[in-house]
Ligand binder design. Structure first.
Ligand code: PFF
Length: 485
């Protein structure tokens, strides 16, 4: 089946791989992966995450590229068209709509964190971290995060940067920039890993990351301080496999829509997954030696990279330059991911409403910007309890602010959980069920274009059985656990 994309096409398979890698490699690898690994105890979490990348990330990525390339539209319209083609219900459009929502929600906090990265580019350049102790670096972070107006300014800049590229179309500029800047990011990460190797904390870091201790994953302190068994970490690892590979919300699907018909889907997916996983592990190997050689806590949470890396940039000769380059490259990685977060929504508005890309980008950008304000307040310490208290006190007198349980978490944690742990896995599950169980196998085989029958069978069977069962099992256990608590 041959269809044309109304949005243009990548110049080559390599260009697609670059763009997909640009989408996958981002804050998820360098900011998020280390801090969640720290929170969930290290090695065992990493192992489970790697397993999920293998049995679910790679098959789902192939399924998404396949659907995108077959439909050649935004995820919503692609799913609608393919469902019609298979005489299936329109409910299969779910991943399209859920993806637009998830991309929008994720971007609203992603751009706040990316804004902090911009600020750190300038701080590193100005030599703010020179000879700072870990405590000094932490207090710089806290005073920075305590200032909402500051965060708002950087967030605004990042939203504008993203929407400018989106308005011009994904292809122009993006391909060339990724080709050049991604390898540079890897080189800098390698440099930091080498630095870590010379530090006293390196051995502990390697053991922390690669020696699985399942007790640390399964037993966690609850709110009252007692240690309980929980599979929460497994759920977080599952969600992160989707998040870091940009799966389950149509980003890879929409990039697949611009892919040549004769490109190899399997090879492309493997390359992207390998690149993405390597960057995450390298980031861990760069950050944890710093944590351990300075006696810092690995579970510092979302501020981890901002607390650790500047310590090194302040200590090494030429650290200002290295630090500036590092944050600049991280910013770039975040930028190429942010673009793909909003592309499904833009493509949909262009197709369905006949809006120009510029108009779609402007409207979406304003919405993302407004929602981002809620995440800014999360960074400054406002909890859900504070918000609820404020709202309730409009109507009745509240004696004590609402505290405990969900009230102690914040808006950022809420949307992160909703998107990463629920929307993305559900979107991915629907995609594999459609390809594995609803599409005619002839159509799947024709579109997948595998040279080897064996490999096709391996992928197809994984997609039909293993992937959906894994997602469902984690979901069901997670929900039961939620009820029991
Ligand atoms: N994969 C990106 C990262 O790891 O930073 C985040 C992301 C981009 C998630 C695009 C989802 C997506 F569709």
């Amino acid at each position: 089946m041959q269809r044309d994309s109304v949005h243009g096409i990548w110049s080559s398979q390599f260009a697609f791989i670059l763009a997909a890698t640009g989408s996958a490699v981002g804050l998820g690898n360098i900011w998020k992966f280390p801090y969640i690994t720290g929170e969930y105890g290290g090695g065992a979490f990493v192992l489970v995450y790697l397993l999920f990348v293998l049995i679910l990330g790679i098959p789902v990525m192939m399924a998404e590229i396949l659907l995108g390339r077959r439909g050649r539209r935004s995820p919503i319209n692609t799913m609608r068209m393919l469902a019609r083609e298979e005489r299936a219900t329109r409910l299969w459009c779910f991943p399209g709509y859920a993806g637009v929502l998830a991309g929008f929600l994720i971007l609203s906090y992603y751009s706040v964190v990316a804004g902090e990265v911009i600020a750190y580019v300038f701080r590193a350049a100005a030599g703010v971290f020179e000879n700072q102790t870990p405590d000094g670096v932490r207090s710089i972070l806290y005073s920075f995060q305590g200032n909402a107006e500051n965060l708002l300014g950087w967030h605004t800049i990042f939203v504008v940067m993203t929407m400018l590229v989106v308005a011009r179309g994904v292809r122009s500029g993006l391909e060339k920039a990724v080709r050049f800047l991604m390898p540079l990011l890897v080189i800098l990460l390698l440099m930091l890993v080498f630095y870590g190797m010379t530090s006293s904390g390196f051995d502990r870091a390697v053991r922390f990351l690669f020696q699985p201790d399942f007790n640390k994953l399964f037993y966690r302190a609850n709110e009252s301080g007692s240690v309980v068994f929980t599979l929460e970490g497994v759920w977080v690892a599952l969600g992160h496999a989707f998040f870091t590979l940009s799966l389950g919300m149509g980003a890879i699907m929409v990039y697949g829509a611009y892919l040549h018909r004769d490109a190899s889907i399997g090879r492309a997916a493997l390359t992207v997954a390998l690149a993405d996983t390597s960057v995450g592990l390298l980031a861990g190997l760069a950050i944890f030696p710093i944590v351990f050689s300075n006696n810092m806590a690995p579970n510092a949470g979302p501020g981890l990279i901002f607390e650790t890396l500047p310590v090194v940039f302040g200590a090494i000769p030429g650290g200002a330059l290295v630090g500036t380059m590092f944050f600049a490259l991280l910013l770039f990685a975040a930028w190429t991911s942010a673009i793909s977060l909003i592309e499904p929504a833009v493509a949909w508005l262009v197709e369905s409403r006949r809006w120009s890309r510029a108009r779609a980008a402007t409207v979406l950008g304003m919405l993302v910007w407004m929602l981002g304000i809620a995440s800014i307040f999360s960074a400054t310490g406002v909890t859900l309890g504070d918000i609820a208290t404020r709202i309730v006190s409009l109507f009745v007198v509240v004696e004590h602010p609402l505290r405990g349980g969900i009230y102690d978490s914040n808006w950022f944690m809420l949307i992160d959980t909703l998107t990463t742990r629920i929307l993305l896995p559900l979107g991915g599950l629907t995609v594999v069920l459609f390809v594995g169980w609803r599409m005619r196998i002839m159509a799947v085989r024709d579109e997948a274009g595998f040279a080897s029958r064996r490999l096709f069978r391996l992928w197809y069977l994984t997609l039909r059985y293993l992937t959906p069962l894994a997602v469902l099992a984690v979901f069901i256990v997670g929900i039961i656990e939620g009820f029991l608590r």
